[in-house]
Ligand binder design. Structure first.
Ligand SMILES: CC(C)(COP(=O)(O)OP(=O)(O)OC[C@H]1O[C@@H](n2cnc3c(N)ncnc32)[C@H](O)[C@@H]1OP(=O)(O)O)[C@@H](O)C(=O)NCCC(=O)NCCS
Length: 189
């Protein structure tokens, strides 16, 4: 992607600073940063567990992207999009489950990308980083022709946010993860 500048104002009296941001695929070495971001962005009942991040970053890093900035020559993860593939046309409990020796939640033959976690560091929310990351994600996943759709579940308040990218709401998901009601959202590619 072209690297958009992020204008950031620390306080009303500070001069605005500019940070270069960029998107890259994640790797197993990004595990700790992803776990920390998940803890910062989600309430405990909605967080993906560490072992599930570890599994996804190992088996399908090509479906997992981060949006980063650099400070003092060190990368900082500002947001992530973490997914697996499934044969189902929507996100299932099975695709979200923790892997075991007998259960492999990621099916590389699946035509559906199940986008399990989209999160931006709270201090950076509302600055279009989520938009930038999701746009880039959709664009990269649309290349190659193997993917038919991207599916996710979201709370009702976020249906409008995903609708901007072309996701259609398919109604209430049967998934019970984290309590309360989730909506099924699907973007056909
Ligand atoms: C949801 C999330 C990924 C959005 O990323 P973001 O960088 O904060 O959002 P953006 O700045 O790109 O927002 C773009 C637009 O969507 C709107 N929007 C963002 N988050 C929203 C929310 N929770 N509810 C309603 N609208 C929202 C913004 O107001 C903005 O609208 P505008 O163009 O009219 O100003 C981010 O807020 C986040 O990580 N939230 C906590 C974790 C979470 O809920 N993830 C989604 C799981 S399904």
């Amino acid at each position: 992607m072209g690297s958009p500048d992020l204008k950031r104002t620390r306080s009303a009296t500070d001069k605005p600073t500019k940070e270069r941001i960029y998107v890259r695929t994640l790797a197993p070495s990004d595990l700790e940063a992803c776990v920390a971001l998940e803890e910062a962005a989600f309430i405990p009942s909605e967080r993906c567990p560490r072992e599930t991040f570890s599994y996804r970053l190992k088996v399908c890093p090509e479906l997992c992207f981060g949006i980063f900035t650099i400070r003092r020559n060190k990368e900082y993860l500002l947001g992530h999009a973490i997914a697996t593939k499934t044969l189902s046309p929507s996100v299932t409990e099975s695709s979200m489950a923790v892997s075991t020796p007998r259960h492999f939640p990621h099916n590389p033959a699946g035509p559906t990308i199940a986008l399990h976690s989209l999160a931006i560091q709270p201090a950076y929310q509302g600055r279009y980083l989520g938009t930038t990351l999701l746009q880039e994600y959709i664009q990269r996943m649309s290349m190659g022709g193997c993917v038919q759709r991207i599916a996710l579940i979201a709370r009702n308040r976020l249906v409008g946010f995903y609708g901007r990218f072309g996701f259609r709401c398919k109604g209430v998901s049967p998934i019970k993860f984290g309590g309360g009601e989730w909506m099924d959202l699907v973007l056909e590619i």
